[in-house]
Design a protein around this ligand. Sequence first.
Ligand code: GAP
Length: 462
Amino acid sequence: MPAPDLDTIVSLCKRRGFIFPAAEIYGGFANTYDYGPLGVELKRNIRDAWWRAMTRERDDVVGLDASLLTNPRVWVASGHVANFTDPLVDCKKCQMRWRADHIAEGQYGDVKRDAAGNLVCPNDGGELTEPRQFNMMFKTQVGPVADDDAVAYLPPETAQGIFINFENVVNSMRRKLPFGIAQTRVSFRNEITPGKFVFRTLEFEQMEMEYFVAPPKDRANPVEYLALHRHWIDTRLAWYRDVLGIDPERLRVRDHEKEELSHYSAGTADIEYLFPWGWGELEGIAARTDFDLTSHGKASGHPITYFDEETKEHVVPWVIEPAAGLTRTLAVTMLEAYTEEPDEKGEKRVVLKFKPRIAPVKVAVLPLSKNEKLQPLARKVYEMVRPNWMTQYDETQSIGRRYRRQDEIGTPLCVTIDFQSVGEDGTPGDDAVTIRERDSQEQIRVPVSGLVDALRERLPGC
Ligand code: GAP
């Protein structure tokens, strides 16, 4: 079962150290968040799972980490300076600013209109200004003089760093088409629309891959290219389902309508998730043709081509781009993992049912109590386990409450050390501990000597 609403997740994230509103002691900073000790682990695990699936488990994709700041001409050639805009309107009464397209889509609640049928302010029904195009890139300056020559942009996507390094990668890695270049990185967008938690933020992380293929023989009817586009849509859908454990019932593919497509695009599909407020984009998979390499080739005066050994021709490869949002995916993973169920006493048990590979903490070592007799073995177990997996040691409060705490942060396995383990009243200990499984709450006893193997068996892929 997914979380009943977003507020439940927002509150759990703060209470349990996943995500905090940024700069809270200064009254916050709209649409920005800080990732706490568990959030940073969860984010890293999702990013690693993506990296593993997109690069390490494939022969045809390599990685890149391009600089964030770059020559501003990159953003002119990519079309971002001219076209990366949102239509904004202001309310003439309350002065609130809105995205015109989001008002029309009903993203601020019921769509309201005046008697003449014009959209009105979602806040107070006031008259709206004509839409103005507002560029979403953040500008900064490089060097001490703030003139036009010093302008630089914070990247609104990771893709351009890949395109401008295409030749470097081909030459240094001796790559043959088809192949891909993957990158995960922070991106920035001056989003005006108030985001729903980390769904839409000013600063977010993306996981993007540009897959380069030989140009089709028939540009007007690129059958194989479009089939490969479909293949990537299926591959990425399967990743959300199998690796993150997202229920396929709450995933769908939405093909963009012709009028939504950029002029150069041969097709784009979004993988969408059924958020508590409705369907929303998780990842866009775009068939970008040869637009980017051609644009950078023209704008830089340095044509970007690939030499085809078979035909002995220089060609401009075509591209398929699966572009996912890491922070948005993290929110979905939290929503999906959240489960409420009755415990043995009929009380509510909250469990984050993360796949083990994704869970921020894999194992919790819990002595039954703070009794000092338990500590040497508990510490020994902790030292054995933690070189292998992210592990927590906790001895405060009752064991039942500590199990609940670990359930609520999604720890798949707890190891309990009790008096049977260490011996009591002259009876020798059995040098065994209990593994308690998060979802089934099943408990099994294993010898300390076999503990790491027993945990490994229960933590596949971790
Ligand atoms: N290079 C293509 C590109 O950037 P996009 O659809 O604009 O495509 C890809 O972005 C993904 O990045 C989106 O599907 C979404 O998951 C994520 N994303 C975009 N804007 C975001 C924002 N303001 N906050 C959080 N995630 C965002």
